[in-house]
Ligand binder design. Structure first.
Ligand SMILES: *[C@@H]1O[C@H](CO)[C@@H](O)[C@H](O)[C@H]1NC(C)=O
Ligand SMILES: *[C@@H]1O[C@H](CO)[C@@H](O)[C@H](O)[C@H]1NC(C)=O
Ligand SMILES: *[C@@H]1O[C@H](CO)[C@@H](O)[C@H](O)[C@H]1NC(C)=O
Ligand SMILES: *[C@@H]1O[C@H](CO)[C@@H](O)[C@H](O)[C@H]1NC(C)=O
Ligand SMILES: [Zn+2]
Length: 416
């Protein structure tokens, strides 16, 4: 009888203790998130808006939309303070209407943020992110995902900056006429430039000059290393995880993580199951393993969040949508992360990188815009006119022939 009583009391105390520890961690997580903005590096809701509504915002309501990872109630519950929305268009638009489609994605992001001014505010600087946070608004930033979106044009790059774009991912999952993508590290594509071409280096320097963050998610490992060497400003990986934990070529190898640390950059960790576990299934603990690993290899000062919500078909159990970020913060606290480490990962690291990119821009104030175009032979295709290049004639745009031309060009490159 007495033993039973003691056991019952013990069990109750135990349950009470477990409960109160859980509550304590939750309170601590929410306090940290109230003090520091959570800045996420990559969200594809704009692509969902094109897919589902052809960018017609009056066909939907972001308070009630429930077929996406992202909506306003979920943003509020997740304490998402700043989001780099992806202005993404697929690689099959390359050499066709990539620039128009990208402009339309930039436009839909602006319109989305303007339609809900009680929730969103547009942000184009590190200071704007901090100001939005003070006003309890979610800062809307724009990242263009893929160099194909600038159609090998520095003028287009500069104008996208003027339209509010603050990062360019150098590639999506295709090579461009000036840079190789991650697929060249697999068997499915052949390297064309051995990293960046000379024009590719011009693109990076011009991004440094205008204050556009250079995003190395999706590029080949060679490009990662080259850019880490030549960029005048810190770089970002807007949505990539750790290669040592899941050896997928979209992830970042340990030696590159150390270079990111040397360069004061950031890796914003992707939650896509296939990059987290290299399998179809994953859960929140597996994502936390990536946080722990990168911290161990390069320190918490290079870590950020880059969920890739609404850009991927599978996300981990426990991180089903953007409302779940606090649960990940709780898990990191449970694993012994300090308050400072958490605040760095939430937003302070990205703010540091952004400020430094702005400082480099300001320091290059006297440098004139680069107006040297890409050499014609590197970019010639039937759907591009040649105006401006001397002694050339433009041919008709015959897309049906284009794959053949591309194949011949590639073949020539391989043979030479
Ligand atoms: C959205 O706007 C268009 C153009 O004004 C209109 O034709 C359409 O009916 C609207 N749709 C809804 C759901 O209000
Ligand atoms: C999602 O929204 C649709 C349309 O508003 C509604 O019919 C449906 O019941 C909602 N589903 C859930 C799970 O809330
Ligand atoms: C922001 O929200 C917090 C907590 O809900 C509140 O205390 C504060 O007054 C709000 N600030 C503004 C500027 O609305
Ligand atoms: C995640 O899955 C692993 C098994 O792969 C398991 O050990 C772990 O407890 C799970 N974590 C959560 C939070 O469900
Ligand atoms: Zn991506």
């Amino acid at each position: 009888m007495t033993m039973d009583l003691i056991r019952t009391v013990c069990l109750m105390l135990c349950a009470f203790t477990v409960n109160s520890i859980a509550n304590e961690l939750k309170d601590r997580a929410l306090k940290l998130m109230a003090e520091t903005p959570l800045i996420d590096g990559h969200n594809d809701l704009p692509w969902q808006l094109r897919n589902k509504f052809n960018n017609q915002l009056n066909e939907t309501n972001l308070y009630t939309l429930n077929s996406t990872h992202t909506n306003i109630p979920k943003i509020k519950a997740g304490h998402l303070s700043a989001q780099f929305w992806a202005a993404y268009v697929p690689c099959d638009t390359q050499y066709k209407d990539a620039v128009r489609q990208t402009l339309e994605q930039i436009d839909v992001i602006h319109r989305m943020c303007q339609k809900y001014p009680e929730v969103f505010t547009f942000a184009a600087s590190s200071q704007d992110i901090e100001d939005a946070f003070k006003q309890n608004k979610t800062a809307c930033l724009i990242g263009v995902e893929g160099g194909h979106s600038i159609d090998s044009s520095l003028g287009t790059l500069r104008l996208m900056y003027q339209l509010g774009v603050r990062y360019l991912t150098l590639t999506h999952s295709c090579n461009t006429p000036w840079v190789d993508n991650w697929l060249v590290d697999t068997d499915s594509e052949t390297a064309v430039h051995d990293g960046l071409s000379e024009f590719g280096k011009q693109v990076v320097f011009e991004m440094n000059r205008i204050g556009m963050l250079v995003d190395l998610a999706h590029v080949s490992e060679k490009v990662m290393k080259q850019v880490l060497e030549i960029s005048k400003a810190p770089i970002i990986f807007s949505h990539s995880s750790a290669y040592s934990i899941c050896p997928h070529k979209r992830n970042v190898p340990d030696d590159v993580l150390r270079e990111v640390k040397n360069k004061n950059g950031i890796v914003m960790i992707n939650f896509y199951n296939d990059y987290v576990t290299c399998q179809k299934a994953a859960n929140l603990s597996h994502v936390a393993d990536h946080f722990d690993h990168i911290k161990k290899v390069a320190g918490s000062s290079i870590i950020g969040f880059g969920g890739d919500y609404d850009g991927v078909p599978r996300v981990p159990d426990g991180l089903e949508d953007v409302s779940k970020y606090p649960d990940l913060v709780i898990e990191l606290l449970r694993r012994g992360w300090t308050d400072d480490e958490i605040k760095d990962a939430l937003g302070r690291n990205l703010l540091r990188v952004f400020r430094e990119v702005e400082r480099v821009r300001d320091s290059l104030n006297g440098v004139t815009p680069d107006d040297v175009p890409i050499p014609l032979k590197e970019v010639q295709n039937p759907c591009r006119t040649n105006y401006g290049y001397p002694d050339t004639q433009s041919s008709a745009c015959t897309p049906s022939l284009y794959p053949l031309v591309l194949a011949l060009t590639l073949l020539t490159k391989i043979l030479v």
